[in-house]
Design a protein around this ligand. Structure first.
Ligand SMILES: [Zn+2]
Length: 301
């Protein structure tokens, strides 16, 4: 009899050890994890680390929807205990997100952060945002990538760090792709792209804009930053004519100003634009033969 039990264990163990994934490619919690969470619920009044039922998930979901201002929630939320899952679907003709409280809590438990459950809920919201469930054909890798992108975008808006936004997928996505979901690396890249797109752009384009010039006959000067060391400046004359120059960033900037310079008029003249940290811009026009220079002040439109 003892022998049989050992034999049975050897047959069952590999099967138990093999991870199971839900329709979104997220690893389902093992029985051991579920038992731990249920145990915690029955033995502790400390709810600090527990996911408090319907209102908290629904609360998260409404905060997720709030991050997309031009979109109104188009689905209902329902809790179903014991399904060990969370997913977006059509139920009785209505768009729905159905989740199991213990499953959602297990995400945080396994990934070690509250953002895990928020990111998985955001992923499910993303399926409704992109109308993925309407064809009733289930998951495909492109759908999952879009929902992951949405999750990264929303989590950035809600204040998660990049690692927090990735935590659930890093820990719980299948490393391999399949016909229904992409490989973990692609999913993490999609989350990262969404997260970065949600962040405001860096100030590198701040130089770009239209500037008034004191120069005679000049209406204004258009400045476009092309790269970290190149700008294109276009002088727009009163009569509508334009003259453009590619100016290169000059090292050893002057008095804290960024200086871009270019020669013109067959290298007989040189123009330098000085962008000061306080927002002032000055133009210096140099006659390279006589070394005489003329200074003009610019102000931004
Ligand atoms: Zn999904």
């Amino acid at each position: 009899m003892k022998k049989n039990i050992i034999l049975l264990s050897l047959m069952i163990l590999p099967w138990l050890a093999q991870a199971q994934y839900n329709r979104c490619g997220i690893k389902l919690p093992s029985k051991a994890v579920l038992d731990k969470i249920k145990h915690k619920h029955s033995h502790s009044h400390d709810h600090m680390h527990s996911f408090r039922s319907v209102d908290e998930a629904a609360n998260y979901i409404s905060r997720i929807v709030d991050q997309v201002p031009d979109w109104e929630q188009n689905f209902v939320v329902q809790e179903r205990n014991g399904i060990n899952n969370a997913y977006a679907h059509i139920s009785r003709g209505r768009r729905t997100i159905t989740y199991d409280n213990i499953f959602v809590e297990s995400l945080d438990f396994q990934a070690g952060t509250k953002w895990a459950s928020i990111s998985v809920l955001a992923h499910e919201v993303g399926h409704h945002y992109y109308d993925h469930v309407l064809d009733r054909r289930g998951s495909t890798p492109p759908k999952e990538i879009e929902a992951d992108y949405f999750s990264g975008y929303v989590l950035a808006k809600m204040g998660a760090s990049l690692n927090e936004a990735k935590a659930a997928m890093a820990k719980l996505a299948s490393p391999y792709g399949s016909s229904t979901h992409p490989a973990r690396n692609q999913r993490l890249a999609a989350i990262e792209k969404g997260w970065r797109d949600a962040k405001p752009r860096k100030k590198s384009t701040m130089i770009s804009g239209n500037y008034y010039s004191q120069q005679k006959d000049i209406q204004y000067v258009q400045v476009q930053q092309r790269s970290s060391n190149t700008i294109v400046a276009t002088w727009v004359f009163d009569n509508g004519q334009k003259s453009s120059a590619n100016l290169q960033y000059k090292r050893n900037a002057y008095n804290g100003a960024k200086v871009y310079a270019a020669n013109y008029m067959r290298n007989t003249r040189r123009v330098e634009l000085y962008f000061f940290k306080d927002g002032r811009i000055r133009e210096r026009d140099i006659d390279l033969k006589t070394r005489r220079d003329y200074w003009y002040n610019f102000s931004k439109h």
